[in-house]
Design a protein around this ligand. Structure first.
Ligand code: MLC
Ligand code: AMP
Length: 517
């Protein structure tokens, strides 16, 4: 019987030489063969199976990045459960929300975070809590006694493989439900479109709790039978040092900005590279040009989302066209992408409208939020991305903005309404507006503008410290201004565009410093 479990496809793609290195740690040189991937995921999967979890159970994971953490992801697929990755910057309030919403049966944290996560997990009736650190932890201890043989769980194409929480357009985070076939169909498309082969070597320096690092990067390498050089954290100099041993690199634009700040990034250093891919946030044309000038490589920019995995890509092969900076390329083979205006009519060439998508890659809906799911799909079943853009006569898409109030900082999404909620709850605050302004390193930086209640004095630094104690660090405003009132239009709506204009040069000085480096 055909098994649509994506792990079955990954396992089938393992090279015949099982002892070849599949993953090498860029941090300490430790190596993992294809055989190791098979046996360690089998042990993890057997451990999960022994817990006798109900079908479809979620396994929530908030750990540091490590090879074992990737193997845990693969093992959850292998055992047929649903993987739920969480950004390791999330703090207690954020974690409590995800646990309450997703009701995982298993939570894997680190030995450092266990003291505060376990009480939340127990309160929320999570049946099993384990720790996983780099090469140690209760999960590894428990898995060691299990067999290294495991039959990959039978799954159908539509069965859930993962839930990725994303802010979306309104309200609190929503869990985008991705099936085995959403993930596999997209990975197979990318494998072909980007010309992957077993002789590739990927430098993997992205976090593995988002689409980019977890699915796009890892799936391509694994399904190609290609080796990965695995970095727990992105350190630009360490990456530059390993470029001669690699052929492919993937990063959010901030990673490219930081690579360019390294004088050691040269054409010679990139001599064996065949492809640099960027995505998750807009790649500035200045970065695109500077990278080409310095390395001789034209970055391939692509566009995707948690709900859809990858949607569009600039071409890899010259015969498919040139890679055009400032665009996100063509709709991927098999993916329908259209642009529609406010009258729900398809836009003309170069006319700006809302980007909508359909295809085997598009998620089935938000976890236990049928109403929200309905709102995000058109009556004819296309998913509304919330991105605003256009298509040119040759079929290249360009993203020009977002209809959703969202800030993308260093590739992480920050939802202003969530931050405003925290700020408005602080003592003495009447109201606030959170905006994104240009930032030379992060692309956009989070900035807050706050109005105090009459008769109250509020302190910007104290407020920032208080926010920092409660939410993930990347969401914390880099600057906070206290003002007497917020600009409003005739309807009384806060004019965030006015605030963005007012603060657009806030980080221009640091921009000059980056340029001078
Ligand atoms: C870290 N900091 C950030 C930040 N990352 N601030 C704003 N935005 C960010 N993205 C801040 C921390 O709050 C901290 O501040 C300080 O920087 C140091 O933290 P760090 O963790 O040591 O930072 P660093 O390692 O330098 O991380 C920067 C980064 C990281 C760019 C390497 O943000 C990153 O890995 N980004 C990639 C995100 C990603 O993979 N996105 C894919 C989404 S998938 P303080 O004040 O506390 O010291 C998707 C779909 C698609 O969008 O199409 O791919
Ligand atoms: P996420 O919800 O984290 O998956 O983020 C998805 C969002 O990232 C998309 O809706 C876009 O707004 C943005 N995004 C992804 N890739 C690109 C890109 N190449 N250029 C501009 N924005 C992008």
């Amino acid at each position: 019987m055909k098994n649509d479990n994506i792990f079955a496809a990954i396992r089938a793609a393992f090279p015949a030489s099982a002892d070849a290195v599949a993953i090498e740690s860029g941090d300490n040189g430790a190596t993992y063969s294809w055989h190791d991937i098979d046996t360690i995921t089998a042990q993890f999967a057997n451990l999960l199976t022994s817990l006798k979890l109900p079908a479809g159970s979620r396994v929530a994971v908030q750990t540091e990045k490590s090879v074992e953490a990737l193997l845990l992801y693969l093992a959850v697929l292998r055992a047929g459960y649903v993987y739920l990755p969480l950004n390791n910057a999330y703090q207690a309030g954020e974690i409590a929300y995800f646990i309450e919403n997703a009701e995982p049966a298993v939570f894997v944290c680190t030995s450092k975070t266990r003291s505060w996560i376990e009480p939340i997990a127990i309160r929320c009736k999570v049946a099993h809590c384990f720790t996983l650190d780099d090469g140690s932890g209760t999960l590894l201890d428990a898995a060691r006694s299990h067999s290294t043989e495991h039959v990959v769980a039978q799954k159908s194409a539509q069965d859930l493989a993962a839930i990725l929480y994303t802010s979306g357009t309104t309200g609190r985070s929503k869990g985008a439900m991705l099936s085995h076939s959403n993930l596999l169909s997209n990975a197979r498309t990318l494998l072909d479109y980007w010309g992957w082969s077993a002789s590739d070597v990927l430098i993997h320096a992205l976090p593995i709790f988002h689409v980019h690092g977890l699915f796009v990067a890892s799936h391509c390498a694994l399904l190609a039978g290609a080796k990965m050089i695995w970095f727990a954290k992105f350190e630009p100099q360490a990456v530059v040092n390993r470029l001669p041993d690699a052929t492919v690199f993937m990063g959010v634009p901030t990673l490219y900005v930081r690579l360019l700040a390294e004088a050691s990034l040269t054409k010679a250093q990139c001599r064996n590279m065949r492809l640099f891919i960027a995505g998750s946030a807009p790649l500035l044309i200045e970065t695109f040009n500077a990278f080409r000038e310095r390395t001789g490589h034209t970055i391939l920019e692509r566009y995707g989302m948690s709900e859809t995995v990858m949607l569009t890509s600039n071409p890899y092969r010259a015969e498919d066209g040139e890679r055009r900076g400032g665009t996100v390329g063509f709709a991927l083979p098999g993916v329908g992408v259209r642009v529609r205006n406010d009258a729900a009519a398809e836009c003309a060439i170069d006319e700006i409208g809302g980007i909508e998508v359909t295809g085997p890659n598009v998620f089935s809906g938000y976890w236990q939020m049928p109403e929200k799911t309905k709102e995000e799909f058109t009556s004819d079943g296309w998913f509304k991305t919330g991105d605003v853009g256009k298509r040119d006569a040759r079929g290249y898409f360009t993203i020009v903005g977002r209809s959703k109030d969202l800030i993308i900082s260093g590739g992480y999404n920050v939802y202003p309404a969530e931050i405003e909620g925290y700020i408005n709850d602080l003592p003495g605050v009447a109201e606030s507006a959170v905006i994104g302004v240009p930032h030379p390193d992060f692309g956009e930086a989070v900035v807050a503008v706050v109005v105090a209640k009459a008769g109250n004095a509020v302190d910007a630094d104290a407020m920032i410290a208080s926010i920092k104690a409660n939410i993930a660090n990347f969401k914390v405003p880099k600057r906070l201004f206290v003002v007497s009132e917020l600009p409003r239009n005739a309807m009384g709506k806060v004019q965030k565009n006015v605030l963005r204009e007012e603060h657009k040069s806030l980080f221009a000085e640091s921009s000059k410093r980056v340029a001078q480096r």
